[in-house]
Design a protein. Structure first.
Length: 122
């Protein structure tokens, strides 16, 4: 059975100055696709790290406090202790363990249909 990863509470100083490498899973425990491949989770972490864009359209998994999970990842991202590759892969993996993608209730085609309908009424 797969072990459930839970967020670790972090202090405001860990948010400001970075947390310990202990906030990340060991590099050997991170699946291959987070270390060597690009996916929606690694892309989200790259955008957060390099552009300051926090991940959107995520719902916390059952039993996960979203604010605590985001603080955990933020402190890990700001840490100078781990190697960069470990930090990025670990944070992407944590993001995937704490959150799931929200299901878009409206399809692409239904959005276009609504826009077309709105433009005909003018």
């Amino acid at each position: 059975m797969k072990q459930t990863i839970k967020p670790i509470g972090v202090s405001d100083s860990e948010i400001a100055f970075g947390g310990s490498v202990d906030l990340l899973p060991k590099m050997n425990d991170i699946p291959h696709e987070f270390k060597y491949e690009r996916n929606e989770w690694t892309n989200a972490i790259w955008e957060w790290f390099y552009e300051g864009k926090r991940p959107e359209n995520l719902s916390p998994k059952p039993g996960i406090d979203s604010e605590e999970a985001l603080r955990h990842i933020k402190a890990a991202l700001r840490s100078f202790e781990p190697k960069h590759e470990h930090k990025m892969a670990g944070c992407a993996y944590l993001l995937s363990q704490f959150f799931e993608k929200k299901q878009n209730k409206q399809s692409f085609f239904s959005k276009i249909a609504l826009k077309l309908k709105g433009s005909k009424s003018k």
